[in-house]
Design a protein around this ligand. Structure first.
Ligand code: SAM
Length: 367
């Protein structure tokens, strides 16, 4: 049998290799995997870590994803929607603080009022953030769920920034049975095929396309995670955002349990590192959920090959109501606290925060 040290030197990986990397628990093997992923990241996409200032502008959601704390059937969470000025101000704050990009995220809605609201917000953010440092305005990642091709096109046009336009839509798991179980709608509108179609539509509409999965979902196997990586390749993604599945009081899966935290952290880091080795030139975000499991969890993500971090710059007053899962971190911090803390902690990983740049995916640039 090949050793981990032999496998990580490869550039092509069999499913057996991938599963072997995902199952690492021995500390010496874990250190070899970590170093290989870190080196592959810095050699391929460089030493920079890019910021995406995360603005969670509404927790109103029309879906009922069973894992999620803001699903529509959770009546214990006060619903909010930030007004346009508040969102635009948060974006301007990000630009003034030299973030090259932001991410606008919310629950999923498809009503025309919402779609036009987002269009208006995008147009205004663009107008207000074009500057000599950011000649195209702030880079924007949208994370607003499944929409139609026409809506993606409308938003793309409003963003005014064809080179800094991205969309993040996780497929959550490539196992169709598990996907249906999570979305409580077997064979109905939330099927996995429809999610893949949405990702294809996003590509057609000109976005840098990001997707990802949750790691450690009850019932998920290492073979499933290996298949997830194969699906990242098949979809030819530009960026990946993935993190541990964490139970939420407001979700519908409490009875199904969650992996023990240390093992879940190990598996999540193995998944990040393995993905970096298999697809070296993509952007990989260090999910906030890593930090919910362990202090400095996101820094560990960077040490395992991530090159994007999403500081939460949602106004503090509403942040506690965007509780996707238990123990979600950074509920009390002001955006400015986050800045100082992060810059320092990223430097402690040996990498640098790149300011005033879009930080587009090399995979996308190479396309
Ligand atoms: N509505 C949009 C969508 O579904 O893509 C964006 C918001 S949704 C809350 C963003 C992501 O949160 C989902 O893709 C899911 O992976 C993650 N998430 C939700 N509940 C979670 C949980 N309990 N543990 C970990 N991640 C979770």
């Amino acid at each position: 049998m090949k050793t981990i040290a032999e496998i990580v030197k490869q550039t092509e990986f069999s499913n057996e290799d991938i599963i072997r990397l995902l199952s690492v628990t021995d500390p010496e093997e874990a250190a070899i995997l970590q170093k290989a992923a870190y080196d592959r990241a810095t050699q391929t996409v460089g030493n920079n870590v890019y910021y995406r200032g995360l603005i969670e502008f509404s927790n109103i959601c029309t879906l009922d994803c069973r894992y999620c704390g803001i699903r529509k059937s959770n009546h214990n969470v006060p619903r909010y929607e930030l007004d346009k000025n508040t969102i635009v101000e948060a974006a301007i704050w990000a630009a003034q603080n030299h973030y090259g990009s932001i991410c606008l995220q919310s629950g999923e809605r498809r009503d025309p009022k919402f779609i036009n609201f987002v269009t208006d917000v995008l147009r205004t953010i663009h107008e207000k953030t074009v500057s000599p440092e950011l000649p195209h305005g702030l880079g924007i990642t949208l994370s607003l769920g499944e929409q139609t091709l026409e809506v993606y096109q409308q938003w793309a046009q409003a963003s005014g920034n064809p080179i800094g336009l991205r969309y993040l839509l996780r497929f959550e798991t490539s196992n169709p049975k598990l996907f249906d179980h999570l979305h409580n709608a077997p064979g109905r509108e939330k099927g996995l095929e429809r999610r893949y179609q949405a990702l294809a539509d996003l590509r057609q509409a000109g976005y840098q396309v990001g997707s990802g999965v949750m790691i450690g979902i009850p019932g998920q196997t290492l073979e499933d995670l290996c298949q997830d990586i194969r699906t990242f390749q098949k979809l030819d993604l530009d960026m990946i955002g993935m993190g541990p599945y964490i139970t939420s009081d407001g979700a519908d899966m409490l009875g199904e349990g969650m992996m023990e935290e240390k093992a879940l952290m190990r598996l999540s880091l193995n998944m990040i590192a393995t993905t970096r080795l298999v697809i070296p030139d993509i952007n990989i975000a260090a999910a906030t959920a890593l930090h919910a499991l362990e202090e400095n969890g996101r820094e560990k993500g960077i040490l395992h090959g991530c090159n994007v971090i999403m500081p939460n710059i949602t106004p503090r007053l509403v942040r506690k109501n965007y509780q996707l899962y238990a123990n979600k971190p950074f509920i009390e911090q002001e955006p400015s606290d986050t800045n100082h803390y992060l810059q320092h902690s990223i430097q402690s990983t040996g990498r640098e925060v790149a300011l005033n740049v879009l930080g587009s995916s090399k995979h996308w640039k190479n396309r």
